[in-house]
Design a protein around this ligand. Structure first.
Ligand SMILES: Nc1ncnc2c1ncn2[C@@H]1O[C@H](COP(=O)(O)OP(=O)(O)OP(=O)(O)O)[C@@H](O)[C@H]1O
Ligand SMILES: [Mg+2]
Length: 338
């Protein structure tokens, strides 16, 4: 981990599922936003991948494994602040002689109370100057969309706890909308589908594995299969079942529909001149859920506008947050005030 004695400028994308930290053109850290807490003392044991690996494998009465963010906003303030402190200490040194400047991301549409919590967590973690940027704006900067011009650009940030659709021009968000339908609701939809169709109970991690390994947004020519172990709803005993791509496609239609509806609502609010630019340029898809097989084709069909997946779907928001630090004067009106 790089360690420096000068003032650092960090971009931190605080996501429901993953936290990504960038500086300059580098990604310094990428970890699941998961914390393991000792229940009795309410003390953090680990956070990140190590904490995530403990899920379901440690006694729940002793160690609780939690996601401190829900749908992109802070649900557990103290845990979030501890995670941010840990990031700052690791990167800037434990003595914190030079407090870093932080650009933290928040979802589009957060309330002032929610954004203030992120700002305070950044200050509490040791940030000297803490700024906030809306995720679709950061992501658009991170994929180098030409948002400084008067022509329209559209981006869909498909994360774990949110899906955000935004139209940008003149370095600002012209119209946007956020829905809670994201990767986690896709996992939940798979859990419900498997229970209803096969009478089997499975957990979120298994549902996520199914989605990533054999899932798709549209029916595929080549169907894949995966065997999983679930718990029979009636007998409570373990039972295997083999699911196919077609099953997962069926299961995902609900959340996908909600993502499309949110995007259509944003398009309805967008001035027609910008819409014609978007039709020419296409809609950029980013965020971990943009990796779902066939989602570009699915969105192209559902929206009637070509959609394409970006090259850096996981890291573009943090990369854009760093870029925003260098462009803070130009972006002055678009950055959130806490
Ligand atoms: N190949 C894949 N297919 C489908 N989904 C995927 C794939 N890879 C990752 N995901 C999903 O991406 C999601 C995480 O994406 P990301 O890291 O962008 O979320 P986040 O930024 O933490 O969340 P948010 O922005 O909503 O707060 C998870 O729900 C994960 O299951
Ligand atoms: Mg995100």
């Amino acid at each position: 981990m790089p360690f420096s004695l000068t003032t650092r400028e960090l971009g931190i994308d605080l996501g429901t599922i993953n936290t990504v930290v960038a500086e300059g053109r580098q990604i310094l850290l990428e970890e699941p936003t998961v914390a393991a807490i000792v229940v009795e003392e309410q003390k953090l044991v680990e956070w990140g991948q190590t904490a995530k690996d403990m899920y379901g494998r440690v006694p729940e009465e002793e160690i609780e494994v939690v996601r401190p963010l829900k749908n992109g906003v802070i649900a557990e303030y103290e845990i979030t602040e501890i995670i941010l402190s840990d990031i700052v200490k690791k990167l800037c040194g434990p003595m914190l002689i030079f407090h870093p400047t932080l650009m933290l991301t928040v979802p589009y549409g957060v309330t002032s109370v929610e954004s203030r919590a992120v700002h305070e967590a950044g200050l509490g973690a040791g940030g000297r100057d803490v700024m906030l940027i809306q995720q679709p704006l950061a992501a658009a900067l991170g994929i180098d969309l030409p948002i400084g011009t008067p022509s329209g650009n559209m981006i869909l940030c498909l994360g774990g706890g949110t899906s955000q659709a935004a139209v940008l021009a003149m370095n600002t968000i012209i119209s946007a909308g956020t829905t809670r339908a994201g990767g986690l609701s896709m996992d939940e939809a798979i859990v419900t589908y498997v229970r209803r169709k096969y009478g089997l109970i499975i957990g979120q991690p298994t549902a996520e594995q199914l989605k990533i390994r054999i899932g798709a947004a549209l029916q595929q020519e080549e169907s894949q299969a995966m065997e999983i172990q679930g718990q029979d709803q009636v007998s409570g005993l373990p039972r295997p079942v083999t699911l196919s791509t077609a099953d997962i496609v069926d299961a995902l239609q609900g959340p996908l529909h909600e993502i499309v509806e949110n995007t259509k609502r944003v398009l309805e609010k967008t001035p027609p001149e910008l819409i014609s630019d978007i039709i020419d340029r296409g809609v950029a898809l980013c965020g971990g859920s943009s990796l779902l097989r066939g989602i570009d084709k699915y969105m192209t069909k559902a929206l009637g506008i070509p959609a394409y997946r970006v090259d850096n779907p996981y890291t573009c928001t943090a990369e854009g947050a760093v870029k925003a630090l260098r462009m803070r004067e130009v972006l002055r009106r678009s950055l959130l005030r806490a």
